[in-house]
Each structure stands twice: as structure tokens, then as C-alpha cells.
Design a protein around this ligand. Sequence first.
Ligand code: ZN
Ligand code: ZN
Length: 212
Amino acid sequence: MHIDSIVVGEFQVNCFILWENSPNALVVDPGDNPERISNFLKQNGLIPSAYLFTHGHCDHISALPILCREFPAPIAMHKSDLEWAFTKENDFPPYYKATDRPSVESRELKDNAYYLDAGLNYKVLHTPGHTPGAVCLYFYENSVLLTGDTLFAGSVGRSDLPGGNSRKLQRSIDFLATLPDDTRVYAGHGQCSTILQEKKTNYFMRFSNKIE
Ligand SMILES: [Zn+2]
Ligand SMILES: [Zn+2]
């Protein structure tokens, strides 16, 4: 599996592009700079099979309308975030205005469900706390976990934004600590890590699981 990130927008979101057999690709969190995402796809001969979202925040979805014009494909998000992601509730002045919902198929990402898109198998892990519908995308065959704004290298996402919940976030982090140590963590912002590295060094995960 190929995985590349394009860092986009004011808040430096990692937009991930994943593919196994071109031209089919998955685009995760196309948050901004649609022209750069589009150029990357064209340079690599890729066409999105679907747009997946770790959560609904504007900085993770704003490139969608323009990308969908060039590369129409279904969008997939947890329903608890789909409810508000394309409404005025997602205005974040002065940086982002609410994103228009493109007229493509919308799918719901369900907790513990398995999906196959672009030839890639993944499981959805509902990890609320940063937002009600935050999910991690677990490409279990490749030991790759896309954590969005739930878990970062050395930190976790904010839980003080609308819909956030610190208790739920900690429960989600505790759950992620049960995944295999060698799982590679690709966060929505910043550097990559592994579950083991986070268990050793991330304050929010250190107490989740005893490390021998
Ligand atoms: Zn966020
Ligand atoms: Zn974010």
C-alpha cells in the first residue's frame, strides 16, 4: 500500500492519499488546497474511489467541492459529524466558511464495520471526543491507523470545541492503546508515530495500558 500526505491549509492538515493498484485511490481529509491535491493525483495517475473523513471539521473537508467537480466520488463520514459538517455550524471565521455539500453519494462510516474501497480493506473505529463522529481508519492488513484529530504524535486533539467531550476522548485513547504496538499512527496534523511510541511517551496514553 502506498500512503502519501499532502499538508494543506492554514492548520496544516495531513491529507492522505492511499492506493494499492493505480488508478484507484482513497483521499482522506481533503481539507484545503484542492489544486495541490488534484496535481498530486494527476502526477501519480490516480483517481479517487472515495473521499473518507476522520471527522467533519472545516479544515479537513474544505477542498471537497472543487475536488468533486474534477473527480466525482462518494464521500464517507460518521453520521454524527455528517449532521453538521456541511452546515453553518462549521463556519470558522476568519479561516473557513462552511463547505457546500457536493452532490455526490454520501455514505456513513459505521463503528466496527469493515470496508473495501480502491482495493484497500479497512475497519472503522468510532473514537468520539474531539468531535461526536470522529473515527480512526484502520488499514489492519498494513498495520496503518489514520487517527485524524483523536491521537497525535505526543498529544491528543482538543475536546473543548463544540461537540467535544474530554471523558469520551480519554476513553477513545484508552481503546487505541489496545491496538498492536507496531501499528503505525498517521495523525491529522504533524508527524507519524506508532502505538508503542505513544504508549511510552504520550501523556494521555501512558496510563491507558501498563507497559512491561
Ligand atoms: Zn478537528
Ligand atoms: Zn484538524
